[in-house]
Design a protein around this ligand. Structure first.
Ligand SMILES: Cc1cc2nc3c(=O)[nH]c(=O)nc-3n(C[C@H](O)[C@H](O)[C@H](O)COP(=O)(O)OP(=O)(O)OC[C@H]3O[C@@H](n4cnc5c(N)ncnc54)[C@H](O)[C@@H]3O)c2cc1C
Ligand code: SF4
Length: 317
């Protein structure tokens, strides 16, 4: 039998309290609503939060208000069963009711919420497996591993969005209210999902690895098609001018191409041209300029899965 790992459970009664608690938990925390997806995932060690902030005691999240003429607002904690059966939803927003009513079985629809459904993790046959199963095939990059087992040449994960309500909510042009420590905002549901699948990295040059401001920062992002061709690439240099410098032309050289060592060297050469450091920071101008090329090359090699020297993050010079 698969067992849940140990964790601390918090049960806030208001949204404000939940926001504070999840912010306090930082990277170790996750929200849980019905738990129908998260708990099985935790049993398989796909997620390993130390703190769970449960949303079930927040009454405000469990309401459906309004009508189809003025618009309906649905709390994130409304269950799929309630959503499917609600007259204003089933008559005014049929697609959403049908989608919610089609999720799994009645027990899951009685526990599972619309918030949890919209935030459902992506799924894949190589990933939705026990820890030992995943270990036996060497893991994959979505958790614990390095490569994609479906498309081994790809630098991104192709797991599938499997939420039933997300397509319906997007078709209905629904809006989402996101609440966080710095306030709240309304976004179209479609904006919640980005097929970014981008691998990103950040290389920082400074004298003391544990302490200093950057004298050079290189952020890079790469998205590749299953055949390895680059679909999108971004390179941004920090600490080389009074503003972050986007090396758009250099990144453009990657699009449509496979990122070989030679191509990356050419891109790095093009990317360091806009870097115009002056003699107003630590280390010499010439060295900082040269390192822009070196760091762009290392960052791109890292993202493309090629061998590289050094370490990303905040390495010392
Ligand atoms: C056997 C089985 C069959 C299933 N079949 C289907 C199916 O056919 N279609 C389908 O769409 N799903 C299916 N699911 C997945 C799941 O049951 C539903 O998606 C359900 O709606 C998830 O809601 P939940 O409240 O249980 O989410 P949880 O498991 O509590 O959370 C899921 C994710 O959403 C996040 N989350 C939850 N609430 C919020 C919130 N308010 N704000 C921000 N993040 C939040 C959690 O942190 C977590 O990452 C199935 C699951 C199982 C076990
Ligand atoms: S990395 Fe590949 S194998 Fe792993 S979950 Fe994503 S698509 Fe599946």
């Amino acid at each position: 039998m698969l067992r849940l790992p140990a964790f601390t459970y918090r049960a806030p009664e208001t949204v404000d309290e939940a926001v504070r608690q999840i912010a306090d938990a930082g990277a170790e925390g996750m929200l849980v609503a019905g738990g129908t997806d998260l708990y099985p995932n935790m049993k398989r060690r796909q997620f390993e939060p130390k703190v769970l902030v449960g949303l079930r005691a927040i009454r405000d999240l469990g309401r459906i208000a309004g009508d189809r003429r003025r618009g309906v607002s649905v709390g994130a904690g409304v269950t799929l069963a309630e959503l499917a059966a609600h007259p204003e939803i089933s008559e005014g927003y049929r697609a959403l009711a049908l989608a919610a009513g089609s999720v799994s079985t009645p027990p899951l629809r009685n526990m599972g919420t619309v918030g949890g459904n919209l935030c459902l993790d992506t799924r894949c046959n190589y990933y939705n497996q026990t820890y030992h199963w995943r270990k036996s095939i060497g893991f994959c990059m979505k958790k614990d591993g390095e490569i994609c087992l479906v498309a081994p040449g790809s630098s991104r994960c192709w797991a599938i969005s499997s939420s039933d309500t997300a397509p319906a909510a997007i078709a209905l042009d629904a809006r989402l209210r996101l609440v966080g420590p710095s306030g709240e905002r309304l976004i179209p549901v479609a904006a919640l999902y980005r097929d970014d699948g981008m691998r990103t990295t950040y290389w920082k040059l400074r004298r003391r690895g544990s302490f200093d401001f950057p004298v050079l920062g290189v952020a890079a992002a790469l998205r590749q098609a299953p055949d390895g061709a680059v679909e999108d690439a971004r390179i941004v240099l920090g600490a080389v001018a009074s503003h972050p410098v986007v090396a758009a032309e250099a990144a453009g050289l990657l699009r449509g191409q496979r990122p070989t060592a030679d191509l990356i060297a050419r891109v790095a050469q093009a990317a360091f041209q806009p870097a115009k450091p002056l003699d107003n920071a630590d280390l010499t101008i010439g060295y900082r300029k040269r390192m822009a090329r070196v760091y762009v090359e290392r960052a791109l090699r890292e993202l493309a899965g090629l061998p590289f020297d050094g370490a990303p993050g905040g390495g010392a010079h």
